[in-house]
Ligand binder design. Structure first.
Ligand SMILES: [Zn+2]
Length: 92
């Protein structure tokens, strides 16, 4: 069985879902949060665990668009250390 493929909202590249991070809207926090196990309900967007992809996605406001929300704070996403971008082991 093929590994499910997802599209990165940053570089628009298609990759195995295991290579991407899932981001979802958390109504309790009123913010976009990382969904490390990709099990949260609702709409999610996928992005590579790379600063360049996150930057691109934020500049294009692609995360809010992907989540169908107009109140996503993309600057907060770029700054939020809680996502751990660039902290994980990057597989090449
Ligand atoms: Zn990407």
């Amino acid at each position: 069985m093929a590994t499910p493929q997802r599209t990165c909202v940053g570089c628009r590249g298609v990759d195995d879902r295991t290579a991407l991070l899932r981001l979802v809207w958390d109504p309790d926090r009123g913010a976009v949060v990382l969904d490390p196990t990709a099990t949260r309900p609702g709409r999610g967007v996928w992005v590579h665990d790379r600063e360049s992809c996150v930057d691109t996605a934020c500049r294009r406001r692609a995360i809010g668009r992907g989540l169908r929300r107009t109140d996503v704070d993309h600057e907060q996403i770029r700054r939020d250390p809680g996502f751990g971008f660039n902290n994980g082991a990057e597989t090449r």
